[in-house]
Design a protein around this ligand. Sequence first.
Ligand code: CDP
Length: 208
Amino acid sequence: MSDTQFTIAIDGPAAAGKGTISKAVAARFGFAHLDTGLLYRAVGRRTLQGMEPIAAAQALSAEDLEQGDLRTAEIAQAASKVAVIPEVRSALVDFQRAFARRGGGAVLDGRDIGTVICPEAEVKLFVTASAEVRAERRFLELSAKGSDVTRDQVLSDVRERDARDAERSTAPMKPAEDAVLLDTSDLSIEAALAKAIEVIEKLRPAKS
Ligand code: CDP
């Protein structure tokens, strides 16, 4: 593995396909991948268990990310509530930046990677889709795991979370000025991935 630092920042609203694209891009280029939403989800889960959010963020450990299912609707809401707290966000910055600059390349997906965590990232993508399309994808994902949710509930959760994420004053969700926008509303996952790879290939240093 080379020492080359190459960071790909993939941001966007809830259930836009960031996770799927990030994993596939990381596998394709042999880069490490960090789903930064899991950090906020792990802090959110701690608060559901009664812990104070800032203390939970400061005490976050690798085990918190590995135990149980963090990708539930309840934990997603809790995550977006703790994510508005500036001290929670600042407790998670160093870990994310160190991950981004590890040798061999890194893909990070979240809401503020291209704007706040890695403004110097070599590639920035903002992946989006209509709220209806995103809610349908998340509904299918949650139902497949046996979660007892309705389409309407998922759509209103997604809208509520998007509004909270975009309107908070610290590190609001928004595309970086130099981000490439990728609207996946009418794209299959294969087509969305092909577009992402096309953008990355153009910006990737030539192999020596
Ligand atoms: O998978 P999904 O897009 O639904 O959510 P996620 O990426 O797991 O993020 C869960 C929540 O964490 C988001 O709604 C945000 O409030 C928060 N988050 C954030 O504030 N900043 C990030 N870099 C990543 C997630």
